[in-house]
Write a protein that binds this ligand. Structure first.
Ligand code: NAP
Length: 292
């Protein structure tokens, strides 16, 4: 049996179209288009690409955006002063601080300085706390994207045995909370696995829904997957690809070719979770601007 492909690119396009429709209605009713400000500190090439892509995605759905570029030598005090200025600016609906920040800058302190109502990444302690309370407002974009991928491809996590490989603040932990919460789109029985997990394969084989966010190639191989399971691959790893323009290609954490022969459904990399993350950033920016 070959698994059904969960097409994140197509599902993300669906989410973006819904966001665009709501932005149109908001503007038609006299509202200002939602505005996203990205804060980019330093000159990391990958971060520059991400920020550019996010700006283009805003334009596509009728939102405005800009990027505040700061040198890698920016001090914590200077960065916090910029965050305070953006918090106070009524023209800014959402603020995205692109990570990783250069060494010496404290990411958690910067996230904590954001106005929680403008925290479109959903990483402010209040956003994460609301998720723990089961009353989420801004859900971190990648976990929200994974949940939408499941629901919109007809996979309801309710009652299912879910295993999340990875426990980062960005992906694994909020995703486990989201899917485990007693709420529509949740209500799963969730296990979190990590590098301290004994016999990872024995744990992942129990999963009806297996979500892998480890950041390591081939973390999950075919023998680690329960036949018929739904597999979502969050990982993005650069693999050398001589002869291509960039010299590399992206690959996930799951051994896709072998696992698709065992799983019931699987998301590819690229074209899986990546586009969903950006779509949910747009949804959060809309929420920051108009609520709902
Ligand atoms: P991270 O902060 O490095 O966390 C990785 C987690 O995976 C850690 O909890 C780690 O365990 C666990 N882990 C690593 N190797 C493992 C192994 N062999 N067995 C079991 N657990 C293992 O990474 P992250 O920020 O969560 O991101 C994870 C991956 O998703 C990365 O490839 C990242 O690029 C990708 N990502 C993609 C998107 C997207 O939009 N597509 C968004 C965010 C992240 P310990 O806690 O024990 O160290």
């Amino acid at each position: 049996m070959t698994a059904r492909i969960i097409d994140g690119k197509a599902i993300a396009a669906e989410v973006r179209a819904e966001v665009a429709e709501r932005v149109r209605a908001h503007v038609a009713a006299g509202g200002r288009p939602p505005h996203l400000t990205a804060v980019l500190v330093g000159d990391d090439p990958a971060s520059q690409t991400y920020v550019r892509n996010k700006g283009a995605a805003c334009t596509e759905v009728g939102m405005t955006s800009d990027t505040l570029r700061l040198p890698a030598t920016t001090s914590m005090a200077e960065l916090l002063a910029e965050v305070a200025r953006l918090n106070a600016d009524p023209a800014v609906s959402g603020i995205l601080v692109q990570t990783p920040l250069p060494a010496g800058l404290d990411e958690i302190a910067v996230m904590t300085a954001l106005d929680p109502d403008k925290d479109v990444d959903g990483l402010h302690p209040i956003s994460l706390g609301r998720l723990v309370q089961g009353e989420p407002v801004m859900v971190p974009c990648t976990p929200a994207g994974v949940q939408q991928m499941l629901l919109r491809s007809g996979v309801d996590p309710a009652g299912a045995r879910v295993v999340v490989v990875g426990r980062s603040m960005l992906v694994g932990k909020p995703l486990a909370l989201l899917l485990g919460n007693k709420a529509p789109g949740g209500n799963a029985t969730v296990t979190i696995a990590h590098t301290g997990t004994r016999d990872l394969g024995a744990v992942t084989r129990e999963a009806e829904i297996l979500i892998v966010a480890a950041g390591r190639l081939r973390t999950v191989t075919a023998d680690m997957v329960r036949p018929g399971a739904v597999v979502i691959d969050v990982g993005t790893n650069r693999v050398e690809a001589p002869g291509t323009k960039s010299g590399f290609r992206l690959a996930g954490d799951v051994d896709f070719d072998a696992v698709k022969e065992v799983a019931g459904a699987i998301s590819p990399v690229p074209g899986g979770v990546g586009p969903m993350t950006i779509a949910m950033l747009l949804a959060n920016t809309l929420k920051a601007a108009v609520g709902g």
